[in-house]
Design a protein around this ligand. Structure first.
Ligand code: BG6
Length: 491
């Protein structure tokens, strides 16, 4: 069991979770910049002014502000992404550490607001463009292939306020202009692009609140937003190919596998319907270039009437992605029966699976689910695939000898690498693996630093204290061995 020779090994991050420097060199505010810290029990909040009064509303990645609200930084709140792990000033040190681990790829995202601070400017911000050029050149120095997410949960605040979180067709043009700027400026430096991080989270997160809590309006909002994003993505794919035929563009899906709790046919059917809504819907449009048959049922369920034109349909058909990429952390269980033991995590909620272990944050460890997901999706789309996020969020402690013994993380990753091997053996064309948070970063869900994923420890706590020093963990040396042996030595 070996991985293909050119298999890409590396790690993944997102601009807002690592860079910090939130107001440096002309950067505009993004939605994440007005998102406070949370915890396991306390949500993160978006802070804003409405009629002059400072208010807050629970934040979920990708969600917007209430109508008429003006995103505002509350001087009394803590915003962990403002400094994050200061990658903006320490990227050289970090990329060197990745190179020493043997990375052949590094997934990073671009902060839209560094390039277009408000989102609708005529000309891009040169200082922002220069920063990413330096980062990509640094990667090149070590032979590291960047995989770049164009939009990772950080829309420009100005656009989000003005166009109510993608409820306006104009958003398509702003996004396409931004994407084209990147393709032109970084031609020759970047060839792998992902259009929207976990695009399906717009639907997934509604499901996690339960249909009894979420009304039709929320679904109508999500489906319309997705339609504009699908068109924006398709037009970006076309532009990427026109600008450089070497470009390879992928979608990015939050991959959660759903299992029926019982063999009751109602549970089995419900599970299929949940998969259709939450997972297949976005993948089908982006990979097959058209809406699937079951869309009608989904739209009817929530009285959705999309603003969709003939040109949109043409764009979708012409802008199919080249590769299918996804994050994978856990699986979820669906049932129509009443259950006592419920769990929720990673935008999903369901019954507890008695066969799996759960993390402190309620995320199930299920490597078999990864194999299952790879096999099902490869059959469905027949496209090369990449696992662009996978990892275990855990609390790490520095031992008396100054080291970090994160054997639980090694164990999690080992099991998932084995699952990938099995899928490859079964014929899946898997071309790369980037573990999530290859260096500790700010959690998207909770805003914590203490929910750590990295191979490299960053000295910073949940209140913003710490030297920001980097310390390689045990898993750092283990992953180095894994990469050096092309996935053979997993001990
Ligand atoms: C994915 C996101 O949902 O999961 C990342 O793409 C995120 O941005 C990751 O950080 C892990 O989630 P969390 O909430 O533990 O940070």
């Amino acid at each position: 069991m070996t991985f293909p020779k050119n298999f890409l090994w590396g790690g993944a991050t997102a601009a807002n979770q690592i860079e910090g420097a939130y107001d440096v060199d002309g950067k505009g505010l993004s939605v994440t910049d007005i998102t406070t810290a949370g915890s396991l029990n306390e949500p993160r909040y978006l802070t804003y002014k409405l009629n002059g009064k400072l208010e807050k509303t629970p934040a979920v990645p990708g969600a917007g502000l209430p109508k008429g609200a003006v995103g505002t930084i509350d001087p009394n709140a803590y915003y962990p992404n403002h400094v994050a792990i200061d990658f903006y000033h320490r990227y050289k040190e970090d990329i060197k550490l990745f190179a020493e681990m043997g990375f052949t790829t590094f997934r990073i995202s671009i902060a839209w607001t560094r390039i277009f601070p408000k989102g609708d400017e005529e000309k891009p911000n040169q200082a922002g463009l220069d920063f990413y050029r330096r980062v990509f050149e640094e990667c090149k120095k070590y032979g590291i292939e960047p995989i770049v997410t164009i939009s990772h949960y950080e829309d420009p605040l100005y656009l989000s306020e003005k166009y109510n979180d993608w409820q306006d067709r104009k958003m398509i043009d702003f996004y396409v202009k931004y994407a084209k700027t990147l393709f032109i400026k970084y031609k020759g430096l970047v060839k792998y692009w992902l259009t929207f991080n976990e695009i399906n989270s717009a639907l997934l997160m509604l499901n996690s609140f339960g249909n009894d809590v979420v009304d039709n309006k929320a679904y109508q909002h999500a489906y319309q937003k997705l339609h504009y994003q699908f068109v924006a993505s398709a037009r970006a794919v076309k532009a990427a190919h026109e600008i450089d035929s070497e470009n390879i563009v992928g979608n990015m899906i939050c991959g959660v596998v759903d299992y029926p709790l019982t063999p009751d046919p109602e549970d089995v059917l419900a599970t299929r319907h949940v998969m259709e809504q939450n997972i297949y819907y976005c993948g089908d449009v982006q990979c097959k270039g058209k809406y699937p048959t079951y869309s009608k049922r989904l739209w009817n369920e929530h009285n959705v009437h999309l603003d969709i034109t003939e040109q949109d349909k043409k764009d979708l058909a012409e802008g199919k992605v080249d590769i299918y990429t996804f994050s994978y952390y856990m699986s979820n269980v669906i049932t129509k029966h009443k259950v006592e033991d419920k769990v929720s995590g990673n935008f999903s909620a369901g019954a507890k699976n008695p066969y799996l272990k759960y993390s402190e944050w309620g995320w199930a460890t299920d490597p078999t689910g990864l194999q299952y997901y790879l096999e099902v999706m490869y059959d469905r789309y027949d496209l090369p695939m990449m696992v662009v996020e996978n990892g275990l969020g855990a609390i790490d402690k520095i031992a008396a000898d100054g080291k970090i013994y994160d054997d639980y993380r090694i164990d999690y990753l080992r099991q998932h690498i084995k699952a990938m091997q099995k899928a490859i053996d079964d014929g899946v064309d898997l071309i790369g693996y980037t573990t999530w948070g290859c260096i500790d970063l700010v959690s998207a869900g909770t805003g914590q630093m203490s929910k750590r994923y990295g191979f490299i420890y960053v000295d910073r706590d949940d209140e913003g204290n710490g030297s920001l020093d980097r310390i390689p963990k045990e898993s750092y040396y283990w992953y180095k061995k894994v990469i050096n042996s092309q996935g053979k030595d997993l001990d």
